[in-house]
Design a binder for this molecule. Structure first.
Ligand code: KG4
Ligand code: ZN
Length: 352
């Protein structure tokens, strides 16, 4: 069964073909990230326009890379939420149109579940990808850490899950992006913070961990604590504007702040996941979402767990079409109701 997945929830236009939910035949991604860099975050209108320009070329390239034509495609899968309204609309309208005109069934996918299903892709024909050496076994814990989501879920079986906790405010990736902006580092903040943090001392500053319910997260207090720390370091008051911090902080201060922030952010995740692993005794833990690309998080989380940690190739951690095709394949296998191509609507605030 060959499924074509379409993902356009944010600033990536992504289409991929995945066979039997696990074998990746193509994975094409165009990103408008560079257009947003000077604003320090994604501008929804710019992202939607870029989606419109890129969707057809990316789709054609994904089919060609998979050496497929439309007659080879058994089903389509599209992200219908959560995400930016304008961006989601481009993917959903494209999928609806193709489903009707090519007579191909369509399944609607939750973006966050998609991130988790990147971990089920175990082989592929494209060079430059590494795949997990084990197939996830149930029950499992899924840890989703991205720019828009921070969630912990317990899966009894495929698509049979219970949400254990979520962020009460900012997502962790958002915190990385905002702290990076305060330090004058380029967007997206996750990789920039990781790079500069390697030069700093993670024990230089003691930053607070939020006190929230057992498996919930909160990262907005940490972000504010970083702002106060940076203002204090240059001898200014709380009124000093954050956009002027980068010109006043020296390189050593920036590296130490980044390292101390990253240390607490990672430790917060590890504390919660290790506790959940102790309580629910999963066979494995799946890490997903853009922040799962963070090498320090991957290493330290594995060290803290009594079971295997499965993590996708870094290119499959951030938004991509293959994760949606993989999730879609399981939705077909489990015979979930198909999407009506005449009616499918977007749900920007969809949760799991
Ligand atoms: O999953 P994703 O592509 O988009 C959402 O669904 O939100 O995640 C993007 C997020 C950004 O906040 C980015 O800063 C973060 O993932 N990120 C990282 C790393 N690479 C990307 N965060 C920490 N360390 C990284 N190496
Ligand atoms: Zn995402």
């Amino acid at each position: 069964m060959k499924i074509l997945g379409i993902e356009t929830s944010c600033d990536e236009t992504a289409v991929a073909v995945v066979e039997d939910g696990q074998h990746m035949l193509s994975n094409n991604i165009a990103s408008s990230m560079d257009l947003h860099a000077k604003y320090g975050g994604v501008v929804p209108e710019i992202a939607a326009r870029a989606q419109l320009e890129m969707i057809i070329p990316v789709l054609e390239a994904a089919l060609e890379q998979a050496r497929c034509d439309w007659t080879d495609i058994d089903g389509m899968a599209v992200t219908y939420g959560a995400g930016l309204g304008g961006s989601l609309l481009i993917g959903v309208m494209t999928a609806r149109t193709l489903s009707i005109s090519k007579h191909i069934p369509l399944t609607a996918c939750n973006h966050v579940l998609g991130h988790i299903y990147a971990n089920f892709i175990s082989s592929g024909t494209l060079p430059g990808y590494s795949f997990p050496d084990q197939i996830p076994q149930f029950p499992l814990l899924a840890v989703i850490m991205s720019g828009g989501h921070s969630q912990l879920a317990l899966f009894k079986d495929h698509l049979d899950y219970r949400l254990l906790g979520r962020t009460k405010d900012d997502a962790i990736g958002e915190a990385f992006d905002k702290v990076a902006k305060m330090l004058g580092l380029p967007y997206p903040g996750g990789p920039s913070i990781a790079t500069i943090a390697a030069l700093g001392d993670e024990y230089c500053f003691k930053l607070p961990k939020a006190k929230v319910d057992k498996y919930d997260f909160s990262f907005s207090g940490l972000k504010t604590a970083v702002l106060r720390l940076a203002q204090e370091q240059i001898g200014e008051s709380y009124e000093f504007p954050s956009y002027r911090l980068p010109e006043r902080l020296n390189e050593a201060q920036k590296a130490n702040i980044a390292a101390s922030f990253q240390h607490v952010a990672i430790e917060t995740i590890i504390d919660k996941v290790a506790l959940a692993a102790q309580e629910y005794l999963p066979k494995c833990v799946l890490l997903a979402g853009g922040v799962a690309a963070n090498q320090k998080l991957r290493h330290e989380l594995q060290r803290a767990l009594p079971c295997p940690l499965i993590v996708p190739d870094p290119k499959l951690c951030t938004d991509n079409g293959a994760m949606i095709a993989a999730l879609g394949s399981w939705q077909y296998k489990l015979k979930l109701p198909l999407a009506d191509p005449y009616r499918l609507t977007i749900e920007p605030n969809l949760s799991i």
